[in-house]
Design a protein around this ligand. Structure first.
Ligand code: ADP
Length: 516
């Protein structure tokens, strides 16, 4: 096999020594040397700076400088190839100094033989390669250490390293944030400081088992447990454990994640699911019961209506009065059942909306007409206030009407005299509806009760005493329907003067002042 020539630089001012060296190298078997001769210190320095040689042989005594000076120059320019110093005599001090300056070898010319020279060159090159490799590995190690640190320090999780005694040997910023200890406070501290007391015994036993058997239960697994912060508070965490073994023993890496938020979210989700499940069960129950109650009520209403026609003429005034009361009560009961059914549907999210393009003015007219008939001769009047032009909107007409009717019914129920008005407020610039206000001149509602009237079954006590009955469900259902339609239902009231309930169709526009 063709061997690659070893490039040798000889810095030597004696031609005889050059010739001798050349002869020696040429007799070495199995190796080819490519010898370059530099005749002076300065010529040698120039040649070195070209950095093309595998090895450099330098005479200690040159007429324009010493071999040691040259060695110093080589150190200064970080010359990588090995240097072998040659002298005419053996001098321990020069030898030592040369070694300290990084010379690969120190040879006495008179003792040189071809094989000695060849061996010295081979060893020097080999040693230099090993040094390079070590240096390269050292740099790689440093780079990988830097990479490790930057990854570990930027992690959100706590990353903690410990030795086989369970002592903390590394602590990242994440750990600092999660546990509240700075690196200085926990380095060399036992891992136990991070766990609530009831985990510590098991942890100690686990470490002991690992040391004696090399087996660990938790390694390679992810488990949930509690952590202990510096301030003494406990929190749920997820722990992943790994081990690594070096000549110095076994070490652990623990990655710990604070899962308080996740636990809270899980608890909330579970509670929500349970509540939804309960609501569904309740709705089913209510729907079933409503059906059972409705059938006999329809029969009662039907038969009472037939009896009231008094076709046989057998019924006297008292009988018909009583039957009339039966009829009114049965209808009230039916109304109550319908409301409860509506409420349970709203709660179960089962109230279906059917939207279409709807004209609000039409709805308002229909409602006013419907109530005007019953109000003939009463001390309360109803009227509508609407601009000439109202843009139609996309909504569920039946549901919107149900809400307005409920508000008007309430207004009439709690107003002895005066006026109930339905007003549609629009944006003057584009005629789009902003609000529908139902205003009355009735008894009003005390400020502290305003929020509560929207709760199911809530009725003001003073009202219950003498005024017409109700279920306390109307406003609660109305508000839920409004929410489903994307609207707000709000109220303003002044006891003794009256109330205004507003269905806010366009929240954004309602926040701005409406120009007159
Ligand atoms: P209901 O009218 O069937 O009792 P609602 O949920 O509709 O149930 O109303 C709840 C309570 O709010 C009423 O009982 C009443 O006390 C009060 N309320 C509602 N509307 C008015 C109003 N326009 N004026 C005064 N009080 C009202």
């Amino acid at each position: 096999m063709l061997q690659q020539a070893i490039r040798v630089l000889l810095i030597e001012d004696q031609e005889a020594d050059y010739l001798l060296t050349r002869r020696m190298l040429s007799t070495v078997e199995g190796r080819v040397f490519d010898l370059e001769w530099a005749r002076s210190y300065h010529a040698g320095l120039d040649a070195i700076q070209r950095r093309v040689h595998d090895v450099c042989l330098v005479d200690y005594e040159l007429h324009d400088g010493t071999g040691l000076d040259l060695l110093k120059e080589c150190v200064a320019i970080d010359y990588q190839s090995p240097l072998i110093l040659l002298t005419g005599y053996s001098d321990y001090h020069i030898d030592m100094e040369a070694m300290q300056l990084g010379a690969a070898d120190f040879l006495v010319k008179d003792h040189l033989t071809p094989s000695l020279l060849e061996r010295a060159i081979r060893y020097a090159i080999e040693q230099s390669r090993t040094m390079h490799e070590l240096r390269r590995q050292g740099e790689e190690l440093r780079a990988s250490e830097l990479r490790f640190r930057s990854v570990v320090q930027s992690a959100n999780d706590a990353i903690v390293l410990a030795d086989d005694q369970g002592k903390i040997i590394f602590w990242n910023h994440g750990a600092e944030r999660i546990f509240g200890y700075s690196e200085d406070e926990v380095l060399n501290a036992p891992l136990e400081v991070l766990m609530p007391p009831h985990y510590r015994e098991a942890h100690r036993l686990g470490l002991q088992r690992l040391r004696s058997t090399g087996k660990a239960k938790l390694i390679g697994r992810t488990l949930e447990m509690e952590g202990l912060r510096k301030d003494g508070s406990e929190f749920p965490l997820e722990l992943s454990l790994a081990t690594w073994i070096t000549a110095e023993g076994t070490f652990f890496t623990g990655i710990l994640r604070d899962i308080s938020d996740r636990r809270r979210a899980d608890d909330l989700r579970r509670a929500k699911e349970e509540a939804e499940q309960a609501t569904r069960a309740k709705s089913q129950f209510v729907a079933g019961i409503s059906h059972e109650l409705r059938t006999p009520l329809h029969a009662i209403i039907g038969f009472t209506s037939i009896l009231l026609q008094n076709k046989s003429g057998n019924l006297n005034q008292r009988d018909t009065d009583l039957l009339q009361r039966v009829l009114i009560n049965a209808r009230d009961q039916l109304g109550l059942i319908d409301s409860i059914l509506d409420l349970s549907k709203v709660e179960a999210g089962k109230l279906e909306m059917q939207t279409a393009v709807v004209r609000i003015d039409q709805i308002v007219h229909e409602i006013v007409e419907q109530f005007e008939v019953n109000l003939a001769g009463s001390a309360v009047k109803i009227h509508a206030r609407m601009p000439v032009r109202i843009e139609p909107i996309q909504t569920d007409a039946a549901r919107l009407k149900q809400v307005v009717i409920n508000l008007v019914e309430n207004a009439l129920k709690f107003t002895e005299q005066g006026m109930v008005s339905i007003e549609v407020v629009v944006n003057p610039s584009n005629s789009k509806p902003i609000r529908i206000d139902v205003t009355d001149t009735g008894i009003g509602i005390p400020a502290r009760q305003l929020k509560r009237i929207f709760e199911p079954f809530h009725r003001l006590e003073r009202v219950q005493e003498g005024t017409p009955g109700g279920t306390g469900l109307g406003l609660s259902i109305s508000r839920s329907i409004c929410e489903m339609l994307g609207y707000d239902l709000t109220v303003k009231s002044e006891p003794g003067r009256g109330s205004t309930f507003s269905i806010v169709v366009d929240r954004e526009a309602n926040r701005l002042p409406i120009p007159a």
